[in-house]
Design a protein around this ligand. Structure first.
Ligand SMILES: Nc1ncnc2c1ncn2[C@@H]1O[C@H](COP(=O)(O)OP(=O)(O)OP(=O)(O)O)[C@@H](O)[C@H]1O
Length: 586
């Protein structure tokens, strides 16, 4: 228990002073809480001895009043010091971990970890946030009460004190066992909880596929199994706790009965004063109350400790730019020098070298899965290369912090993600301090101003999670407006392959033209016009760079590009011949 309080104090950092003050107040709260009880016991003692007088009654009354007032004052102080402190600590921690997520290698966000992240940030931290402050003060008060109770008993009668202390020690040992069980079980429970959250996330994210393929049975079975496992482990946890909890509770009944029996026997054989026996009968119930409270707190504290462990493990994940410096670039060319890269065991890029001059356009072409997106991701340092160097503005990206690198780069992906927020805020994401005029201007350039103004709430329209209330083309143009607003000197663009209607497609192309003006552009190209107008085309095959040059150079030589070009031309011809309206050269 002390260990977990120490950890909370360390985590609380600047708020630790409030917790320490609350603990001191908790100490006094314990002291004042005992005063009325002792005053009543004292009156009882005096009545039984026949020595009660007005003075004694008055002093006892005064002690009761002081005790009650002190209790309220310190309870209030504890409340003031603690209230909100837990929420403030964890608000700060959530922001901190959110910032670190940006700097985790992307591989971390793959399978399994999404559930873990959600479970830690929501249930674990929420549990610790809700109970930590409350428990710390209760633990301190309980310990104070136990110590005061034991001292009082020693003063009354050492034999009775001995019995009570033995019961307390045995109960503490059972409490320890409860803690060990609690710790082990809460780890297992959390692991199942993460799996359950992952299953739910996957089910919800894939709901359209599940519906489209009428697979709701299969997927919901997997989710149901995760629920069942979580239920089973929660029940097992309760069952494992039950015998020790029962034993723990039994100690008090046996302890109370034993002490009463001993006190009565000692009184009967004349070695204990009747008044002390009566005081003992009343006090014994008070003595074990704080110990019982500790028993109840134990389970909570173990769940809290396991939650804190998981949270700290998440915080300890090595961030990708631990040794990075904040570097301000003054040129914006890109270079790959003998770069090899693998996702775990899978080699994806093999000894790739190329240069992208500043303010030029480079198109990456190649078959699906050859490594084009990987190249773009390495420029943004979503992963680190295992061999070779990626240089941006002449500086190895490994020397830079992600923030200082990414402020120079805008990425426009095929799968646009918009936040469940207003259109205004989604665009503003590119430049948080942008004025409304700048946002409107970006929207105009990205050809989304008109459709935004047709919406009932205009720029204040909430777009739904992921941008679900907008069409694919509309989402794409909003993401381009976001990038236009950011105005980064380097643009990484994954051209959309998904078909949108011709009008939308034309608008997207115009928006992109605005975005890429005077920028260093690397584009994963799917369109003939893009490929043709690029300053440089890099042909990637199975992770190797097999050809590079302009379109004119490459169609002169035999090779994959030539085949690719001929195939594309044929496909385009087919599209036009088949009388599809899609005549726009894009
Ligand atoms: N996060 C990942 N973990 C493991 N393997 C991955 C990961 N991302 C991509 N790959 C694999 O790396 C290879 C290259 O993928 P990449 O996405 O770079 O290809 P691409 O050329 O962009 O393909 P496409 O044109 O279909 O988008 C593929 O075989 C892919 O399966």
């Amino acid at each position: 228990m002390i260990r977990i309080i120490r950890r909370m104090l360390k985590l609380a950092d600047e708020f630790a002073v409030n917790i320490k003050k609350a603990m001191v107040c908790g100490f006094f709260l314990g002291v004042f809480r005992n005063m009325p009880i002792f005053a009543i016991l004292y009156i009882l003692f005096k009545i039984v001895n026949g020595t009660i007088n007005t003075n004694t009654a008055f002093i006892s009354g005064l002690i009761i009043v002081v005790g009650l007032i002190g209790q309220y004052v310190f309870k209030y102080l504890v409340y003031i010091l603690q209230s909100g402190t837990g929420y403030k600590i964890f608000e700060r921690e959530r922001i901190k971990i959110g910032d670190r997520f940006k700097r985790f290698p992307m591989g971390f966000f793959s399978d399994g970890n999404m559930g873990k992240i959600s479970a830690v940030i929501t249930s674990d931290l929420t549990f610790v946030e809700m109970w930590s402050m409350d428990s710390i003060d209760k633990v301190v008060t309980a310990y104070v009460n136990i110590i005061i109770g034991c001292i009082f008993l020693l003063i009354l009668d050492y034999r009775l004190a001995l019995v009570s202390i033995i019961v307390t020690i045995l109960a503490m040992m059972v409490l320890r066992k409860l803690q060990v069980i609690g710790k082990k079980q809460s780890y297992i429970r959390q692991s199942e909880q993460s799996k359950m959250v992952s299953a739910v996330l996957e089910y919800v994210q894939g709901i359209s596929v599940i519906k489209a393929f009428n697979m709701s049975g299969d997927k919901s079975r997997a989710t149901k199994e995760a629920f069942e496992k979580f239920r089973d482990i929660s029940l097992t946890m309760e069952k494992r706790f039950m015998p020790s909890m029962f034993l723990f509770e039994s100690f008090f009944s046996v302890g109370i009965a034993g002490t009463i029996f001993l006190a009565a026997s000692l009184t009967l054989n004349g070695s204990l004063d009747m008044s002390i026996m009566l005081m003992m009968f009343i006090f014994i119930f008070e003595l074990y109350l704080p110990l019982k409270a500790l028993g109840v707190l134990t389970a909570k504290l173990r769940i809290m400790e396991a939650g804190l462990n998981r949270y700290e493990a998440l915080k300890d994940i090595e961030i990708i730019d631990e040794d990075g410096r904040d570097i301000s670039l003054n040129k914006f060319d890109i270079e790959f020098k003998d770069v090899s890269f693998a996702y775990e065991e899978k080699n994806v890029l093999k000894d790739i070298s190329f240069k992208v001059p500043e303010r030029s356009m480079t198109a990456l072409v190649g078959a699906s899965g050859c490594g084009k997106t990987t190249i773009a991701n390495l420029i943004g340092r979503f992963w680190d290369v295992q061999k070779g160097e990626v240089l941006v503005g002449g500086i190895n990206v490994k020397e830079m912090t992600c923030d200082s690198l990414l402020k120079n780069i805008s990425m426009v992906f095929q799968n646009v993600y918009l936040f469940n927020d207003t259109i205004l805020n989604n665009i503003k994401f590119g430049k948080p301090d942008a004025t409304d005029e700048e946002i409107e201007e970006a929207a105009r350039k990205a050809k989304c101003y008109d459709f935004i103004m047709e919406l009932e709430d205009g720029f204040d329209t909430i777009v739904g999670e992921g941008g679900s209330t907008l069409s694919g083309g509309e989402k794409q143009r909003i993401s381009i407006a976001r990038a236009i607003l950011k105005d980064a000197p380097i643009i990484l663009l994954d051209e959309a392959t998904a078909s949108v209607d011709p009008d939308n497609e034309n608008q997207i192309q115009m928006a992109i033209n605005e975005l890429v003006k005077d920028k260093t552009l690397v584009v994963i190209a799917h369109r003939l016009s893009t490929i043709r107008s690029a300053d440089q085309i890099l042909v990637v095959d199975d992770g190797k760079l097999i050809q590079s040059g302009t379109h004119e150079d490459l169609i002169q030589e035999e090779g994959q590009y030539n085949d690719f070009w001929k195939r594309r031309m044929k496909a385009r011809g087919w599209k036009i011949n088949s009388n599809v309206k899609y005549q726009v050269e894009i």
